[in-house]
Ligand binder design. Sequence first.
Ligand SMILES: Cc1cc2nc3c(=O)[nH]c(=O)nc-3n(C[C@H](O)[C@H](O)[C@H](O)COP(=O)(O)O)c2cc1C
Ligand code: SF4
Ligand code: FES
Length: 602
Amino acid sequence: MDLHHATEGATAEERAAVDAVLGQPETGWVGGIRSAADSHVARGGHAARARRDLLLPVLHSVQSHVGWISHAALDYVGTRLTIPPAEAYGVASFYALLSTTPQPRTVVHVCDDIACQTAGAEDLCALLEAEFGPPGTATDHDTTWHRSPCLGQCDKAPAALVQHANDESGAYQTLVSLTDEPLIAAMHAGPGPMFGPGAVATERSEGAVAGGWGRQGRSVGPGPQGAALAAAIARGPSGVIEELKTAKLLGRGGAAFPTGVKWEAVANQAARPHYVVCNADESEPGTFKDRVLIESDPMALLEAMAIAGFATGSEQGYLYIRGEYPDATRALHTAIEQARADGLLGPDVLGHGFAFDVELRQGAGAYICGEETALFNSIEGYRGEPRNKPPFPVERGLFGRPTVVNNVETLVNVLRIVTDGGAAFAATGTTDSTGTRFFCVSGSIEGPGVYEVEMGATLGDVLELAGGVRGGRPLQAILLGGAAGTFVGPGELDLPLSFEATRAAGTTLGSGVVMAFDDTVDLEAILVRIARFFRDESCGQCVPCRVGTMRQEEMLLKKDVSLLDDLAQAMRDASICGLGQTAANAIQSALTKFGVLRGARG
Ligand SMILES: Cc1cc2nc3c(=O)[nH]c(=O)nc-3n(C[C@H](O)[C@H](O)[C@H](O)COP(=O)(O)O)c2cc1C
Ligand code: SF4
Ligand code: FES
């Protein structure tokens, strides 16, 4: 196939941003200067195509240096990686944090999602609109603003992500907790120190984790650094897997799959290589525990990934973190270097003759990339669209190879299991939900934050740990498990937070979200925001979800939900992935339990 690129159009700045990731082009066939030899032999195509997985890092580089990705830049990227321009455009336009149209160098993404709504995000957006015009309008100072879904900073709501392209300090992104005055002043002032790290923050995350492991010498992992990895090596690969099975550890990413079974399935695959993938995409509204865990102790996560590599016979790990987590990303970059220097990663881990290393990959603003197969596609340089299953990742995952994919919290649990043994872990929590759980408590609450409690503690216990409802107001509802979870009422505070008890009660622990709403919150507005979230985040690949999420939002806006149950059933039955299958759960539960839009049902 002939690819026709117009590489001449790319500016020096755009080329430099691409070359910063890919290095200088080696031949005229992949964007370099055409030599006499190039006229006779086509060279470099295979090598370029083998680097397709660098497409997203390259697009990030252009976005962060230039502020947007022009067609000329896409052409140059396509030439360097031998990707058709339309395909490169398809990938770039998939992600919310990448812009394929010109925009100011400084962009403020203001979260207007559900926790931030309870903290006045709508008033803030109205103020910004009055001052600077609708979202996307450029100010005099090369600055603009957009509305954003949850930024994983609900404990510091209302939150925003400030992006400043080509920042001399290299601090391209900053997550901030907002008050209106400093933000508006900063946007009027334009690029400069006001937008430096923490400049418009009222309070930064201390990365504090309440309870449990925080008191055992290191932030979240047990024992000194490397001790768990050494214990795992002493147990041997099958010994580690046996301990995980004894521990009855279930995945914390939402699906509650047994971790030991997953690791064993990968370890037993004849096909090579095997991969370990850590899912730190964490984009479920209301979820921020993985960010706090990483910011608290990035080394603990890397150590757990090395144990996964050892047990499953994988030499390469990928850590996929959502694009809106600048502090956690910086912490991981530093920790990876340190882990290599300390021998926790590298060609001869802790001198025991096995190799394992980790590559960090950043998402770019797409909730669906948390779905494991969409995540693989995103790493591989394709649009983040889920794949049909089977085949499951343990057989054919990343790059078509056997892959173990685990959530951050799941992996961090492994440290304690290999150190203390699976039986000790299984002795905590409940019979079927062992260990502890990190809950992300936010909304109308006195002490928003991450709270670690033993499985089986009640919903009321968790609310009490977080100081109860803000200002002592009456509790109206709690969103449990995230936007893909369900609402529960103030009469359900005795609900034990375990996989089995929540399942029996028709709800879910999901990603550990406990979001409280007091009596002043407009639940109908919250439901509309949830519906908008799913409509925005649907990848559009299958009709029930693409059309269903749109119709669901329309029904709520028109206040006519008579067909909602039928629609929900169709989405549940016929969607390819969990997004479409769960997109109506929270809304249906609120309509049923709290009579929101009562009278508007058929
Ligand atoms: C729409 C969607 C989004 C998801 N987002 C995440 C996520 O952000 N983090 C995560 O760990 N799992 C997420 N998952 C679940 C993953 O597909 C997968 O089950 C999980 O990473 C497996 O890890 P675990 O076994 O440790 O739970 C998501 C699933 C769906 C359907
Ligand atoms: S259910 Fe939705 S998000 Fe999942 S594949 Fe289908 S369209 Fe995409
Ligand atoms: S950061 Fe705004 S809802 Fe989570």
